[in-house]
Design a protein around this ligand. Structure first.
Ligand SMILES: [Zn+2]
Length: 529
């Protein structure tokens, strides 16, 4: 059964309330629309009286070396910093007179994933320093660099961390640095303006390769006579938001594209990947103080690595004198430059800002008895070893997760709850999900969204293991087996949500955006604190 409610956890707890999340009259209007979306009145035009306040700040979140890195089957200890890791913060508030209409704090982090507990802990950490701001309206999103610190202490065997910076050292530092930047962005907010644009850059590629027998493999070889085609679509759109001060100087840029920042993942270094290179180029033009928020749109089946045409691309990089991350950063910056002057013709100061936070339950991928038997056998095999080596801990965790979910499902726990943020900023919708969501679902949201432009962010808010959300096509291209890489990213091993769940996610996202386009944007009451 699929259940979907508005912020149900918040309703149950004493203290924070439904009102805290939605605030006042607009909330009631929007909630009503969400409940009966087929019988709503016509859209009212955006209010012209709201004033947008904007603040931005950057935190250096580079770990002390050596540092234990996440994102691979085994822990890697980085002893080199290729580029600094940063958290980039955008604080937004809409006001009518002295009254707050709505608020948002977006934090783009050069991290792999926002592990469970991180966002919650960080909200608690920063809440006391943000009077007047509802921390439920702050979200963290990861760029998915695989060259960032481990955030879960038990991600790998602890003895392998040695003397490297590990989660228990890194998290307090991360929270302090990010909090300082969040407070600086929020306290520094001042009347500003926004513009939006749509550009293009080839950064992400579909990484699932299909062979003559119909099976698919992530980053499989293509110089193989049995190679037939790449599994699915790529989306090379670049959604851009520019934020300006009252002198029309560009202060912050938010950029979203269907590509994760994992080009430098094999190098065992600390790196913000291509976002560092994009930021460097953007700052050359707009000044050192420019805050650049990089986001990945749905890209679960995408990555920046090439499946074919590798030599030709490498030659072009050499001729340009650029590394691969520099080349991808160049493409992103060029996409921004390409639209910057165009969108500057339509800079707005009086846009509506509405920010909804929803808790959405999706149906879990149901694990069969046969799949449970496979997972149990793999776990037993690992447990029987005298010493764990190589991928053992990683394999044990993934197959162990399948066993745990099977048992929980047998006891009736068959849904997965996620946090979703949907914002209206002028004519732009911003919508988040926590997954590595296959690109088809992002395309579906784009196609059905009533907004002029839809800015999607994946890997936002807490994410458990098993976070790929595949298409039916990908699931059909292989099977779950004792071999960990068999149809990787499209079996129960890595899919807490299977191909049914994302249709619910798409529907909920589109219906929430639609509600914001039907509701008169603002005014609503100020938040509860
Ligand atoms: Zn990844």
């Amino acid at each position: 059964m699929v259940r979907e409610r508005l912020a149900p956890r918040i309703e149950k707890k004493p203290g924070p309330t439904y009102r805290r999340f939605f605030g006042g009259a607009l909330a009631v209007v929007v909630a009503g629309l969400l409940l009966q979306t087929t019988t709503v009145p016509a859209v009212e035009g955006p209010s012209s009286k709201a004033k947008l306040l904007m603040g931005a700040a950057t935190a250096d979140i580079t770990p002390e070396l050596p540092a234990a890195l996440t994102g691979f089957q085994t822990v890697r200890i980085a002893r080199t910093i290729q580029s600094p890791l940063t958290a980039n913060v955008l604080a937004l508030e809409s006001r009518q007179g002295e009254r707050t209409v709505d608020q948002a704090i977006l934090v783009s982090c050069d991290l792999c994933v926002i592990r469970p507990g991180i966002q919650e802990e960080f909200r608690k950490h920063v809440a006391v320093r943000l009077p007047g701001f509802d921390v439920g309206k702050l979200f963290l999103a990861a760029t998915h660099t695989h060259s960032a610190p481990v955030l879960k202490q038990d991600q790998y065997d602890e003895e392998q961390y040695g003397d490297a910076t590990q989660p228990k050292d890194y998290l307090p530092f991360l929270y302090d640095r990010m909090a300082e930047a969040v407070v600086r962005a929020w306290d520094g907010r001042s009347p500003g303006a926004v513009a939006w644009g749509l550009g293009h850059a080839v950064v992400g590629h579909n990484r699932r390769v299909v062979y003559a027998d119909g099976h698919a493999q992530m980053l499989g070889k293509t110089n193989d006579p049995k190679f037939r085609h790449v599994e699915g679509y790529e989306d090379h759109a670049v959604d851009v938001l520019g934020f300006y001060d009252d002198q029309r100087q560009l202060k912050a840029a938010a950029i979203s594209l269907a590509g994760t920042a994992q080009m430098s993942q094999g190098e065992g270094v600390v790196s913000a990947d291509f976002w560092h290179d994009a930021r460097e180029r953007l700052r050359q033009r707009y000044g050192k103080g420019l805050c650049v928020l990089g986001f990945s749109a749905p890209a679960g089946d995408q990555c920046p690595h090439l499946s074919y045409r590798k030599k030709g691309e490498a030659r072009m990089d050499r001729l340009r004198g650029l590394s691969r991350t520099q080349e991808l950063g160049r493409r992103i910056a060029e996409a921004f430059f390409d639209v910057a002057d165009v969108m500057a013709k339509d800079v707005r100061t009086d846009v509506p800002l509405v920010h909804l936070v929803r808790q959405v339950d999706l149906p879990q991928q149901i694990i069969t008895e046969a799949e449970y038997a496979i997972a149990r056998k793999v776990c037993a095999d690992v447990d029987a070893k005298n010493e764990r080596k190589g991928w053992d801990t990683w394999v044990r965790r993934l197959y162990g997760g399948v066993c745990q979910r099977y048992v929980a499902q047998q006891q009736g726990d068959r849904s997965y709850r996620l946090e979703m943020h949907v914002l209206r900023l002028g004519d732009v919708a911003i919508a988040t999900n926590p997954f590595e969501l296959y690109v088809d679902y992002g395309v579906q949201i784009q196609a059905r969204s009533p907004a002029d432009q839809t800015f999607l962010i994946q890997l936002a808010s807490p994410l458990d293991d098993a976070y790929y959300v595949p298409t039916p096509r990908a699931v059909a291209a292989g099977r779950f087996s004792e071999k960990v890489m068999d149809n990787y990213s499209a079996t129960v091993m890595t899919n807490i949500v299977g191909p049914e769940g994302p249709q619910v996610l798409v529907d909920r996202t589109v219906e929430t955006i639609a509600a914001l386009w039907r509701a008169p944007p603002g005014p609503s009451a100020a938040p509860s604190r």
